[in-house]
Design a protein around this ligand. Sequence first.
Ligand SMILES: *[C@@H]1O[C@H](CO)[C@@H](O)[C@H](O)[C@H]1NC(C)=O
Ligand SMILES: *[C@@H]1O[C@H](CO)[C@@H](O)[C@H](O)[C@H]1NC(C)=O
Ligand SMILES: *[C@@H]1O[C@H](CO)[C@@H](O)[C@H](O)[C@H]1NC(C)=O
Ligand SMILES: *[C@@H]1O[C@H](CO)[C@@H](O)[C@H](O)[C@H]1NC(C)=O
Ligand SMILES: *[C@@H]1O[C@H](CO)[C@@H](O)[C@H](O)[C@H]1NC(C)=O
Ligand SMILES: *[C@@H]1O[C@H](CO)[C@@H](O)[C@H](O)[C@H]1NC(C)=O
Ligand SMILES: *[C@@H]1O[C@H](CO)[C@@H](O)[C@H](O)[C@H]1NC(C)=O
Ligand SMILES: *[C@@H]1O[C@H](CO)[C@@H](O)[C@H](O)[C@H]1NC(C)=O
Ligand SMILES: *[C@@H]1O[C@H](CO)[C@@H](O)[C@H](O)[C@H]1NC(C)=O
Ligand SMILES: *[C@@H]1O[C@H](CO)[C@@H](O)[C@H](O)[C@H]1NC(C)=O
Ligand SMILES: *[C@@H]1O[C@H](CO)[C@@H](O)[C@H](O)[C@H]1NC(C)=O
Length: 629
Amino acid sequence: MVHFLVATGLLFTAWSAVLADEKTDLNQLMIDFYDWRLQDNPQFATTSGESRYGNRLENLTIEAYEARKAKCEDYLARLDKINRTKLEEKSQLNYDVTHEFLKAFVSGYDWHLYNSLTPINFLEGPHIDWDTFIEFIPFKTKENYESYLQRLQLLPSRLEQIVVLMRRAIELNRTNHNVSMDRIPGQIADTITNLAANETKFYSPFLDQLASLSFSTNDTDQLRSRGLDVIRNKVQPAYANLSDFITNEYLPNSRIGLGVSSLDRGSEYYKACLKWHVTTDLSPEEVHEKGWNEIRRISTEMKKILAKLGFSGSIREFVDTLKNDTRFFYNTSEQLLAEYKKIANELIPPQLPKVFKDIPHIPFDVRPMAFDGPDGQYFLFQEGDTYGPGYFEVNLRNPKTRLTPEMVALTLHELEPGHHFQTVYQVTENLPTYRKNTEYSKYYAVPFNFPFHTAYTEGWALYAEALGEEMGVYRNDYELFGRYSSEIFRACRLVADTGLHYFNWTKEHAVELFANYTANSIDGIKIEVDRYVTWPGQACAYKIGELKIKELRKKAEDALGAHFDLKEFHNRILKTGPVPLSILETVIDGYIRESKPTSEPTSGAFFINAGNMVAVVVVLCHITKQSTA
Ligand SMILES: *[C@@H]1O[C@H](CO)[C@@H](O)[C@H](O)[C@H]1NC(C)=O
Ligand SMILES: *[C@@H]1O[C@H](CO)[C@@H](O)[C@H](O)[C@H]1NC(C)=O
Ligand SMILES: *[C@@H]1O[C@H](CO)[C@@H](O)[C@H](O)[C@H]1NC(C)=O
Ligand SMILES: *[C@@H]1O[C@H](CO)[C@@H](O)[C@H](O)[C@H]1NC(C)=O
Ligand SMILES: *[C@@H]1O[C@H](CO)[C@@H](O)[C@H](O)[C@H]1NC(C)=O
Ligand SMILES: *[C@@H]1O[C@H](CO)[C@@H](O)[C@H](O)[C@H]1NC(C)=O
Ligand SMILES: *[C@@H]1O[C@H](CO)[C@@H](O)[C@H](O)[C@H]1NC(C)=O
Ligand SMILES: *[C@@H]1O[C@H](CO)[C@@H](O)[C@H](O)[C@H]1NC(C)=O
Ligand SMILES: *[C@@H]1O[C@H](CO)[C@@H](O)[C@H](O)[C@H]1NC(C)=O
Ligand SMILES: *[C@@H]1O[C@H](CO)[C@@H](O)[C@H](O)[C@H]1NC(C)=O
Ligand SMILES: *[C@@H]1O[C@H](CO)[C@@H](O)[C@H](O)[C@H]1NC(C)=O
């Protein structure tokens, strides 16, 4: 025994020195990378609560694209110098995620002359993004206002950069389709150029916010007049220019083919987009097939419910009857909000311990959405290092059109155990900062973009809707039906997205698919389809992510039998944080290995029974603990 202890001590010193080195290098790399990202994209810096770079804007030029790719290649080379096998498990995961993250961007560069050349569409771009962006800018000091004024001064040159890129897209015959672009001039007119300068969002920080600060009247007046001046004489004319360019040059050259398969090397391009979004190697054919399988499975479930309720018509007809039945909607926004709160606070929480341990303690709140957006959305409030509450914002407009049977599934998705759980774990699990803080923007640039891991985040939220069944929170067949409506919509997306971009479907074909299997309004479906045309592959992430989580659960259940622990399985998924699905699979493989009573020796739990190997385990555990401290 004494002999072992001495040996342990020696081993420990030597090994921990080596581990510390590799780990320090990796940690430093991740810090440097994040720091560079903030500097390279000052808007991302601002939305991340970073006070530096507040007077700058990101460059959108081919030169900037090239420089960004070169920088990421440098980081990849630095990463390659770190010996992965010398890292402990948690750092190995960070190593793998960082590798994937950089690799995705560098590989995406192969396509930097495709949709990345059109940084504006009806869903995103400088005519939309500034609305939310301005909300993140601090306006507390005169310097804050000076920085903001500088940014407004820079804005026209950024719009010019975009025009230069789009002219390149025209030259290369790689423009967007009309449906992604033709709403833009109207959007610009409605929100920017047809308004008086002081009525635009750009001027909003000069109103009440400025009045509330204790600046002298002279200073306040000066700031206001400078704000008005730059908006009226620089910003608005620049947007008018952009709008003219889109109307006169871009739209007449918009691509004829609806899907990206109509572009040169278009099918290959689609595969790259799809891979970026779903973070696995599934082919478009496989995604399409999975979509049809899911549509068949879910619509069978829906028809069973209709049969049980004695309804003999179609899904669409059934929903039409619900819309006319006062039992299935509220008359007022107040009643709707009260019901959401009841579901969130009383219905779901008592059932969570059935399938979860370590339930997050960061509080949440349900509140009305300020604008007419989706049915619901979630975000976690952050101030400095303090997180919370998590806000579930619900759309309360036109309460009578919002069917109550859909509320439980939506609450599970956005709040508990969906996005609220997933986000709270992401920020409290001591992940490297760059992994905690995602830049959810530039969907247009995919696959030349930094990953969002939507397949993980949205896959989890959709899985949470399914979990509601096991938790027993769906109170009746109508709510179960609402859950399936929400799910089949995501299944149709797999078929439609691949249909449009890979199998050369028409828009009518895609609309018909949703009309056949969902109860969504036809007008709503048409806008959805325009979205799929605009962001190839994006809509596939949700269902593919959920299917993967279900598949991994099945794999673990089959491998572990009675040793499978559902709470532990959920814990592993959540603690991992957003990762590509391929990496999530290795995490669950690790869980299976550790939990398998007859597996190869890899965990302390197993070694305890392994006789003469006990001492070795003690060493390994000790080192692991030291290096993660
Ligand atoms: C954008 O490019 C200009 C000119 O090359 C440069 O001065 C500026 O620093 C760049 N901005 C950022 C955020 O990198
Ligand atoms: C990485 O570390 C392992 C374990 O210490 C060692 O066997 C291997 O040779 C190292 N690889 C390189 C490329 O240095
Ligand atoms: C774009 O299309 C036009 C008309 O079909 C053709 O003349 C031109 O060569 C194409 N340009 C490129 C770069 O493929
Ligand atoms: C903008 O200016 C006009 C005329 O100067 C004024 O009537 C209006 O109230 C102002 N709007 C805001 C939001 O301050
Ligand atoms: C008001 O502020 C401007 C600019 O800061 C300055 O030039 C001017 O002298 C100030 N006027 C008064 C009355 O303080
Ligand atoms: C509008 O575009 C023209 C031509 O590209 C350019 O000369 C002018 O400076 C632009 N004006 C603004 C305000 O951006
Ligand atoms: C774009 O589509 C609309 C209908 O959605 C059509 O009216 C318009 O002519 C099209 N524009 C171009 C340039 O193809
Ligand atoms: C629902 O009510 C509207 C208006 O009263 C009516 O036109 C429609 O036929 C009704 N639909 C069903 C399915 O009952
Ligand atoms: C909504 O109004 C209708 C008609 O006035 C009434 O029958 C129904 O009970 C009301 N619904 C609720 C939830 O109060
Ligand atoms: C779709 O169209 C593209 C370009 O027109 C063609 O290359 C591709 O083979 C077509 N795909 C299918 C599945 O028909
Ligand atoms: C929609 O349903 C109709 C009638 O059953 C069928 O003919 C058509 O092929 C379906 N379309 C799609 C895209 O599934």
